[in-house]
Design a binder for this molecule. Structure first.
Ligand code: PLP
Length: 407
């Protein structure tokens, strides 16, 4: 509905956060261009053939057959319970000391982050984030009316030194630290970078010294294509102040809307209290069966191989086609490459021209809590075929060169 069509009759009844955002678009409405003939490198969608259709059908049939009385009940059946065990076991495999008492299943990672925010945040609180960071979390934080402060990233992830400087400055000035620091330390969205081990340890020390909670979003942690795994923040944490959020969206399918929160028991109890409406126990049952008796691990291993090829293809095509002065990240995992165009090119302005040439992407500004990022853009290599990727990068190169010629 346009602003002219709104009556405003109910505005006084809405929360202050809703009133602040009137007229703005909601969660999921990322600014992009819908150009049917253009290759979309905009979104982090898994490629369609990655979905385990037949395996999920078999799992659903087994759940219906074996759990007739419980599968569709509020609490779900044994297979749903098994999913909690699968999650705890996989998290232990990552080096985290945890059991099922530390896991709360949710309807995806966004739901997980939301319920964590609901537990900790009040209007006027402050949250530190990486800048750039996942635009979904930025939108979600907006719903809580909190201050968002962004700290830069480099090739080793979040600039923890900048966070430390700011915390020290505040301490000296008698100002409060943030309540939460939200980070995607591994294969970050949108930059693809990974926080080094040293910085992980320093960040944990800072959280303890300045008494804030770290929200570790590990949506892509299972999808490493190069190099050695690093321990998650939660595996290095000895104070119980890392709350992890994660999802099956990238390793099974986004449509199953299943994720989790993993936290210290004392925190998890309150997060659980705040999660009204429960989660989708029937889907959990299907996933519980698929993960324990289906080829889940084999499929994730296969995904790593396929995504690695896509990542390499995108980097090769960027190298081949983009004009001098263009920079990009080289992620070891995840779905994204973060591109910085030659100076003076605004990626938001360039988008219609790029779409005409045959490609769409997400402009960098959408990933910042402030006005930065105008010469950057995010490309996703997760969804399109090699041939489409080639066409898309060629189109991006043409659009960039034609803009450069006008300077
Ligand atoms: C870093 C990050 N966190 C969370 C999510 C949301 O995951 P879900 O589909 O489980 O809500 C995404 C999805 O793109 C993401 O990139």
């Amino acid at each position: 509905m346009s602003d002219d069509e709104r009556s405003g009759a109910f505005d006084h009844l809405f929360t202050a956060a809703v009133r602040d955002g009137l007229g703005e678009e909601g969660y999921g409405s990322w600014r992009s261009i819908d150009e049917p003939d253009a290759v979309s490198l905009s979104f982090g969608f898994p490629y369609p053939e990655s979905f385990p259709h037949d395996e999920l059908v078999a799992a659903a049939e087994a759940v219906f057959e074996e759990e007739r009385d419980t599968a569709l009940q509020y609490g779900g059946g044994d297979y749903a319970d098994r999913l909690v065990e699968v999650v705890a076991e996989r998290e232990r495999d990552r080096g985290i000391d945890c059991g099922t008492e530390n896991v709360l299943l949710t309807n995806g990672a966004t739901h997980a982050i939301d319920v964590v925010c609901h537990t900790f945040l009040e209007r006027g609180d402050e949250v530190f984030v990486e800048a750039p960071t996942f635009m979904g979390t930025l939108k979600l934080l907006g719903n809580y009316g909190v201050e968002i402060t962004g700290f830069g990233n480099d090739a080793d992830g979040l600039r923890v030194d900048a966070v430390a400087d700011e915390l020290e400055r505040r301490e000296e000035a008698g100002e409060t630290p943030p309540k939460l620091l939200y980070t995607i330390p591994t294969f970050q969205n949108p930059t693809g970078t990974t926080l080094s081990r040293e910085r992980r340890e320093r960040l944990l020390d800072l959280a303890e010294a300045h008494d804030f909670v770290i929200v570790e979003d590990d949506a892509y942690g299972a999808l490493r294509y190069h190099g050695e795994d690093l321990p998650p923040l939660a595996a290095l944490d000895e104070s119980g102040r890392v709350v992890r959020t994660n999802t099956f969206s990238k390793t099974i399918a986004p449509g199953v809307r299943s994720g989790w929160v993993l936290a210290d028991e004392e925190i998890l109890e309150e997060v659980t209290r705040m999660r009204a409406g429960g989660a989708n126990t029937f889907t959990q049952g299907v996933l519980g069966r698929y993960c324990t008796e289906g080829p889940f691990e084999e499929n994730v291993a296969e995904l790593r191989g396929r995504y690695a090829e896509r990542r390499d293809h995108m980097l090769d095509r960027l190298e081949e086609h983009m004009p001098p002065g263009t920079d990009w990240t080289e992620p070891d995992g995840g779905f994204f490459v973060w591109v910085t165009l030659p100076e003076g090119i605004d990626t938001d302005e360039l988008l219609p021209r790029a779409a005409e040439e045959g490609v769409t992407y997400l402009p960098g500004e959408q990933f910042f809590p402030d006005d930065r990022g105008e010469d950057c853009l995010r490309l996703s290599f997760s969804h399109v075929s090699h041939e489409e990727m080639e066409r898309g990068i060629e189109a991006l190169a043409r659009a960039t060169r034609s803009r450069m010629a006008e300077h």
